[in-house]
Ligand binder design. Structure first.
Ligand SMILES: [Mg+2]
Length: 306
């Protein structure tokens, strides 16, 4: 079974409710709570698929398991509030491991102001599985969807991209504060967190918004790790910045005037870079513009040398 086909099936059969403003297809669902809009997301890490225990200690694993969900709340421009955590432990798991995993989960929740209110624990013969569900509050703001990008929007990104496999994939910070601040002060049109890689996640915004985009090759912030990794892989650093996953930086679009204001006086602790624009014409697809101004199409799933 392919995940993407199953998700299409789920989208097709999902129900409609007046309490649901956005269902499947964004970083989080948007629902009507008793005190305004909420966002709700869930993420599962499975041993053997998302991590190997010989590479990742239990504390770091706990941190990662909850931070991916926190990052999805950030991608909506909302404040994370409540978490449910469910874990399926292999029967042979030592108690010490379970305690350290839980410390990683709960300490990270506390760091970002999230209260863990429950979940479920099972033991069995399968691999280790960790599921984290997080509720966020819009606090009167509008949750930022993937589908709101408009022609002429500037495309911006926080931080630096690529080479995350060298360490950042376990150490990344969810951009929660930054996201809420941007949502409040810069009228964001669309946003996503970069989990699958810049080009693929840009593709998600383009698909949901029904627009195309041009990225400026020279403006893409390439991390030091991407350069280091490129020396090992023989690929170029830009390739890593465009296609490596698990950066968990924010990728967002906003009006040109808001983008100019943000670049001029960035009040955030992380760098923000303007890396492209949403096309003015009706053309779809993702393009990369080089130094000489030449455009070439890139596939959302990766970088294509023409
Ligand atoms: Mg996401």
């Amino acid at each position: 079974m392919r995940e993407s086909i199953y998700i299409k099936y789920l989208k097709r059969i999902q129900g409609v409710s007046k309490d649901v403003l956005k269902g499947i297809g964004d970083d989080a669902a948007v629902i009507r709570g008793p005190k305004g809009l909420c966002v709700l997301t869930t993420d599962t890490l499975l041993e053997g698929t998302h991590f190997r225990l010989k590479d990742t200690g239990p504390r770091a694993l706990g941190k990662k398991a909850i931070t991916t969900s926190l990052s999805d709340i950030a991608a909506m421009g909302c404040r994370a509030t409540i978490a449910l955590i469910s874990i399926a432990f292999p029967r042979s798991t030592p108690m010490r491991f379970a305690r350290q995993l839980t410390r990683g989960l709960n300490d990270t929740a506390a760091k970002y102001g999230v209260t863990v209110v429950g979940g479920d624990t099972v033991t069995g013969r399968g691999p280790l599985l960790i599921n984290v569900t997080i509720l966020g509050n819009a606090d009167g703001l509008r949750p930022v969807l993937r589908s709101g990008a408009r022609p002429g929007d500037a495309i911006m990104v926080t931080g630096e991209l690529g080479g995350t496999i060298l360490g950042k994939h376990l150490r990344f910070e969810p951009r929660l504060k930054e996201a809420v601040y941007l949502n409040k002060n810069f009228g964001l049109h669309s946003m996503i967190d970069i989990s699958d890689g810049l080009s693929l996640d840009m593709g998600h915004i383009l698909e949901e918004s029904g627009v195309g985009a041009v990225l400026y090759e020279e403006q893409i912030p390439i991390s030091k790790a991407a350069y280091t990794l490129a020396r090992r892989t023989g690929k170029n650093p830009l390739h890593h910045a465009l296609t490596d996953g698990e950066d968990y930086e924010l990728l967002f679009t906003l009006s040109k005037s808001h983008a100019e204001r943000l670049v001029k006086k960035n009040p955030l602790k992380v760098p923000v870079t303007r890396i492209g624009h949403i096309r003015l014409d009706k053309g779809r697809g993702l393009f990369l513009k080089d130094k000489a101004g030449k455009l070439r199409r890139i596939r959302p799933e990766g970088y294509e040398h023409l």
